[in-house]
Ligand binder design. Structure first.
Ligand SMILES: Cc1cc2nc3c(=O)[nH]c(=O)nc-3n(C[C@H](O)[C@H](O)[C@H](O)COP(=O)(O)O)c2cc1C
Length: 360
């Protein structure tokens, strides 16, 4: 199920239909105990050396991650795939992006494969069921007991019709609604498919949003675009961390269409074509912020070599999306197996010794 052959068969369908079918069918299978335990047995790499405790401080118990590979935002917009991500062997998942009100997103078609370039181009436009539905899918955890075996993040975005002047209060409302239901929250001001959203990547707006995060014990991340220049990326991320951000996710998709041979004229590019750009942005951020917050890499990771390199560059966690579409679920196992083998080969205590090892 969801192996490379299934992934290839799904490519006979339109990308969005294939995606919806996978989420629906595999999401259901993953919630069926007998079948899911056999898939989990096959796919989950069990190695305590892959695990990390992150986001803890004097006031907050750390969050346990069984491995560093997470499902990136946008895959599970309707919050139907948490069990699926768990069964496949991910270490965590980020649901959403969620907006205050439900949104249909842009007209279809709005998702395209660039198979030879192992890339996708999406112009989804934050289609999602809205926060009320998201809250019903993620009930408040009153007992403190974990409902899911992996940490859950939620990606939060400004609504399409909300003027930018009201964005800060909208992000505040989103955080108030979600903070007690998830393990972390991500401020998404970097999706290219909502008009004006990336304009929120200004020092003032970032400061205003992140100053509000200190009233929540749930850690809040900033997810940035790969299309801003290095000096801007640094000062925005620093501003966010100074005001209370506990982590940075670098990066979202790119609108640099020169990276594809036959690009569409809209949307954001993900996958292999994005990798170099994300890596450059991540590197400048890591140089400034490694050790000061949790760094999460996102952009074109599809192998254990890719993942290990990003860990050495300072990423504690890594998110993938496009590789799952092209390689199938086994890609998560392959990546984790490769990291696990490297930890042993290099006689590391655990994954934390790899993280930042190239930063000197
Ligand atoms: C179809 C699609 C939808 C996405 N939706 C979101 C989203 O809602 N919020 C967000 O922050 N990123 C979104 N992303 C970006 C991914 O989370 C990720 O950052 C990006 O795809 C790069 O990772 P990858 O190269 O492993 O795919 C989306 C990506 C794709 C392909």
């Amino acid at each position: 199920m969801l192996g490379k052959t299934t992934a290839r068969m799904l490519h006979a369908l339109s990308p969005e239909t294939a995606h919806d079918l996978t989420v629906e069918v595999f999401g259901r299978i993953a919630r069926t105990p007998l079948i899911s335990s056999s898939i989990r047995r096959d796919l989950l790499v069990k190695d305590p050396k892959l695990s990390q405790e992150l986001f803890g401080d004097a006031l907050k118990k750390p969050i346990h991650f069984r491995n560093s590979i997470g499902l990136a935002a946008g895959y599970d917009k309707r919050i139907k795939f948490i069990a699926g991500a768990d069964v496949i062997g991910f270490g965590f998942t980020e649901v959403g992006g969620i907006t205050l009100l439900p949104q249909n997103g842009n007209p279809k078609p709005r998702l395209w494969r660039h198979a030879e370039e192992r890339s996708l181009q999406n112009f989804m436009g934050l289609n999602n069921p809205g926060i009320a539905q998201a809250m019903s899918k993620l009930p408040i955890n009153q007992t403190g007991a974990r409902r899911h075996s992996i940490p859950i993040g939620v990606n939060l975005g400004k609504g399409k019709n909300t003027p930018n002047e009201e964005a800060v209060s909208e992000y505040h409302a989103l955080m108030r609604g979600m903070h007690s239901r998830v393990d972390y929250m991500t401020i998404n001001v970097s999706s290219p498919n909502t008009k004006g959203l990336r304009d929120l990547q200004s020092e003032r707006t970032i400061q205003e949003i992140f100053s509000l995060t200190n009233s929540f014990t749930t850690p809040v991340m900033l997810k940035i675009s790969p299309d801003i220049d290095a000096s801007k990326a640094i000062y925005l991320c620093k501003a966010a961390v100074d005001c209370g951000a506990k982590g940075i996710i670098a990066t979202n998709t790119t609108t640099d269409y020169s990276l594809l041979r036959n690009p569409k004229s809209v949307g954001g590019i993900s996958g292999a074509a994005l990798r170099e750009k994300s890596t450059k942005v991540f590197a400048v951020i890591a140089k400034e912020l490694f050790g000061k917050c949790v760094l999460i890499y996102s952009g074109g990771v599809s192998s254990s070599a890719d993942a290990i390199e990003r860990h050495r560059m300072g990423a504690s966690l890594i998110q993938i999306f496009t590789a799952l579409v092209y390689e199938g679920a086994e890609v998560v196992k392959k990546i984790n197996r490769g990291i696990s083998d490297t930890i042993r080969r290099e006689h590391c205590k655990d994954i934390t010794e790899l993280i930042g090892s190239r930063l000197g």
